[in-house]
Every structure is written in structure tokens, then in C-alpha cells.
Design a protein around this ligand. Structure first.
Ligand code: PLZ
Length: 450
């Protein structure tokens, strides 16, 4: 443990924070479950690794064969506070024994209000903000579209190339790539327009130059006066940890303001401490009109939110938004515990610690491995873009090989990118430097073998 390795010193974990394999992976119990699964679960729900998990703590997942794996994925960025955080577990247990459901729009309860109060406080900007709570990220994005259209009286929705906004019919139309997310599932709703993003590794443009290109496409293909909202992930997640160049979002936000377009930050993957700020759009110095939250907000319990300018959010008539389970008392209790943990355990600081540790450990990969085009990230949200050496051509086969090696050696990492060629790291912000070092060693072995 190093002196800066504060999370370990401060926290106790119910599972030792170490990688420990007692069977080959997947082990016999996982293989038996996989046989049952193939016979009962739709193959449409594909999996990255057929290792069945039993429990977890901090940055470790323990499988049904007793193997301890290092989790660099957090179930795609959800368990930011660590697996089975005791404060979250306690809040859930207490609430589930007390009251599980009333439906907020039938008879309300305090936890929903308290989550909305907290969201108003932690989302960017000092203006008055109101929220609605829903079940999933996609549902939050859908509601943000409804609110934006209702407020502006306009129809067109602008999204960025390489975006991921969800899997419902509307959000599939807002999600960039056809395969495998959309193929064969149309028709999709109209008036959704994808425009070029700033992707410094690939376009070499400065932020203002890239913004000019984006704005030109809006002007020439759509027309500003028809656009209700511009949706952007401040750091694209599934798209490959794409971080637009400095000044890009600021220029777009100015353009939106001048043209009556709402700027919506989809912070479903990047929000809630993951990047070392409450919300990643803060790194770009932009205050959005609407922010969507999900994933990390409730430690793994299903909860999502749309938070926005009070005048925008209140443009919807009573009864215009809703849903049975949205903001249910148990998920809301979990979220309140997560907010508390983020503050009490300084998880913003922990995310910055993880960023420094990852940068120090793998920042030189592009010099050491021809297949590594770029390492980029913020906080505990990193991407390693794999290319055919000497080119910028995506190398998805290399990523498959790296992930296969990682998984069979007890490290869960994620894929990302339109071409499936970005190794994505979304560890819990409480991961120790020792665990990070061990996991990066496994990934290095995989890169060496290519
Ligand atoms: N917006 C920015 O990252 C979810 C999807 C996992 P839901 N990304 C991971 C998968 O394979 O479906 C996501 C996101 C951003 C919206 C969503 C959608 O959130 O909670 O999965 O609906």
C-alpha cells in the first residue's frame, strides 16, 4: 500500500481486495450455469464473460466457484462506490422492510423529494432546478426528449456521432451504430439527427474547429430554429471514451443558447463522481439546461433522473410524465446513501487518485505497444484505443484477444467504440493502487502477446 492509497486505509471490505483464482475460468459451477442459461435465456442478451458472480465487495467480484476477480467494469459504470457498499446495503435493507411502493404520483414519500433536492445541489449551475425520477437511463433520455420538445415547441433532436443513449425505440434512434444495437429493429422515430463530434485522436481538430464543423451540419442539414435539444455525453462511454477537445462544448453551448436550443448533458455513464467531478460536463466548463443521471446514482439499484432548469422541467403539464416504479422508495433510499458516501468518503478525490494511478501506470502504453493508439480518460473512466500498428485503423481483433486474456486471468474489463476497438476501464473509485497495478499487469501481458 502506498501513502496515497487512502481508500483501503479508510474502508474495510468484506472480501479481501486481491485477485485469487482457485479454478480455471470459467470454473465448473459457471459452466453448469451457462448450460442452464443457454436453454432458458434469450441469446439476444449476450455476455462479455460467462463467469457467474456470487458476491462482491469494493473492486472485487467473487464467482460461483470461489474465484476473486478484479472488476474494472462496475457492470458498465454502476458500482462506482464499490460492490455491496455497507451504507447502501443498510439503507436498502432498512427501506425494504418499511415501505417498497406507493407510486410517487399517487401518494408521495420523502425519499423522492430528498433525491430531487440533492440532484438540484450537485448538478452543475446555481439556478433553480427540478427533477423527475425514473427507472433506467434510456427512460431518463426519453423523458428529457419529451420535456425539451414540450418546452421549446420544436421537434428536432440533435445527437453526436458515436453516441449511446439507450435501447428503447426512441433512444435506439439516438444511438449511433447500427450493429448490434439497432439492426433489424426499426422503424425508428424521425427527426433525430446525428452530427459529427470532436474526436481529437481521429480528426485532429481543435475544440472550436470541431464545434464549427458540428454547427455547420446543424445549420445546413436541420436548421437551428427547428431544433429542440442538443444531446451529448460529456465523455462518450460506449462510443469509446471519446473526450471532445477543450472548447468544443463551450462553443456548442453558446450556439445553443443563441438559438433557443436546450443543451442536454447525458451523464448516465460519466456522472456521479466517476470522472473526479460530480458531473463530467464540469470539465468542459458548461452549465447544461438538462442533465440525465442513472447508473452510479444508486449503487446498483435501478434509478435514473432528469434534472433541469425549473422553467424547462415545469413546462410539462401534470400527468405529462410518470411511470409506475420510477423513483421507488428503495432505489431512492439507496441513492441517498450513495450521495452521502460520495461526500463522506470524498469519492471525487478518490476518482482523481484513480486517474493519477492509471495515468502513471499505463500512460506510456502508446510508446511501448504499437497496437495502442491512445490512452485517454478522466477519473475512473479510461479508454485504450487499439489500432493496427503504424495506422489509425481500428483493431477489434486485438481487443477481443486482450479481453479474452484478461477474463481468463481474473480481470473484468469492458469493450467500447463504434468499431469495438477501445478497451474501456470503469473501475470503482475505491479500487486500490495495488489492485490497479495487478490488473494493468494482466492487460500488459495480453498486449505483449499480440
Ligand atoms: N446514456 C450515456 O451509457 C447505458 C448500456 C449497456 P440504461 N450504457 C450502457 C447495454 O448494453 O445496454 C447508457 C449510457 C448513456 C444512456 C444509457 C442507457 O442507460 O440504464 O442502460 O437504459
Amino acid at each position: 500500500m502506498t501513502a496515497s492509497d487512502t481508500s483501503i486505509a479508510r474502508r474495510s471490505f468484506s472480501v479481501p481486495q486481491e485477485r485469487r483464482l482457485v479454478t480455471p475460468l470459467p470454473g465448473p459451477n459457471s459452466i453448469a450455469l451457462q448450460e442452464r442459461r443457454v436453454a432458458s435465456v434469450s441469446r439476444g442478451a449476450g455476455t462479455l464473460a460467462n463467469i457467474y458472480m456470487d458476491h462482491g465487495s469494493g473492486a472485487i467480484l467473487v464467482d460461483v466457484d470461489g474465484n476473486s476477480l478484479i472488476d474494472l467494469g462496475c457492470g458498465i459504470g454502476v458500482t462506482t462506490v464499490g460492490h455491496a457498499h455497507p451504507a447502501v446495503a443498510e439503507a436498502v435493507a432498512r427501506q425494504v422492510a418499511k415501505l417498497t411502493h406507493t407510486l410517487f404520483t399517487v401518494t408521495p414519500y420523502e425519499h423522492y423529494v430528498a433525491v430531487a433536492e440533492k440532484l438540484a445541489q450537485v448538478t452543475p449551475g446555481a439556478h433553480e432546478k427540478h427533477s423527475i425520477l425514473v427507472n433506467s437511463g434510456a427512460e431518463a433520455v426519453e423523458n428529457a426528449v419529451k420535456v425539451a420538445r414540450r418546452f421549446t415547441g420544436r421537434n428536432a433532436i440533435v445527437v453526436l456521432d458515436h453516441a449511446f443513449h439507450g435501447r428503447t425505440n426512441l433512444t435506439m434512434a439516438m444511438t449511433y451504430r447500427p450493429w448490434p444495437e439497432r439492426a433489424g429493429m426499426g422503424p425508428f422515430p424521425g427527426d433525430i439527427h446525428s452530427v459529427p463530434i470532436s474526436y481529437p485522436f481521429r480528426d485532429g481538430l481543435s475544440g472550436p474547429e470541431a464545434a464549427e464543423r458540428t454547427i455547420d451540419v446543424i445549420e445546413t442539414h436541420i436548421g437551428a430554429s427547428d431544433v429542440a435539444a442538443f444531446f451529448a455525453e460529456p465523455i462518450q462511454g460506449d462510443g469509446g471514451i471519446i473526450i471532445p477537445a477543450p472548447g468544443y462544448f463551450a462553443a456548442i453551448a453558446d450556439y445553443c443558447r443563441d438559438n433557443g436550443i436546450l443543451f442536454v448533458a447525458d451523464e448516465i455513464q460519466s456522472g456521479l463522481a466517476r470522472t473526479g467531478a460530480w458531473y463530467a460536463i464540469e470539465h468542459h466548463g458548461v452549465v447544461p439546461d438538462i442533465v440525465t443521471s442513472a447508473k452510479g446514482i444508486a449503487g446498483g439499484m435501478p434509478l435514473a433522473a432528469v434534472t433541469g432548469r425549473a422553467d424547462v422541467m415545469d413546462a410539462v403539464q401534470p400527468g405529462g410524465v410518470g411511470g409506475t416504479f420510477g423513483g421507488n422508495p428503495v432505489s431512492a433510499a439507496a441513492a441517498l446513501a450513495v450521495f452521502d458516501v460520495i461526500e463522506r468518503e470524498d469519492l471525487l478525490g478518490e476518482a482523481r487518485r484513480v486517474e493519477a494511478a492509471i495515468t502513471a501506470r499505463i500512460g506510456d502504453w502508446p510508446d511501448r505497444f504499437g497496437v495502442v493508439g491512445e490512452v485517454r480518460g478522466k477519473g475512473a473512466m479510461f479508454g485504450v484505443e487499439l489500432v493496427q500498428p503504424g495506422t489509425k485503423k481500428p483493431d477489434p481483433a486485438a481487443l477481443t484477444a486482450v479481453l479474452r486474456h484478461a477474463v481468463s486471468n481474473g480481470v473484468i474489463a469492458l469493450d467500447a467504440g463504434t468499431w469495438d476497438s477501445v478497451l474501456r476501464l470503469l473501475p470503482s473509485v475505491v479500487i486500490s493502487e495495488a489492485l490497479l497495478d495487478d490488473a494493468m499487469g494482466v492487460l500488459e501481458e495480453a498486449l505483449e502477446r499480440l
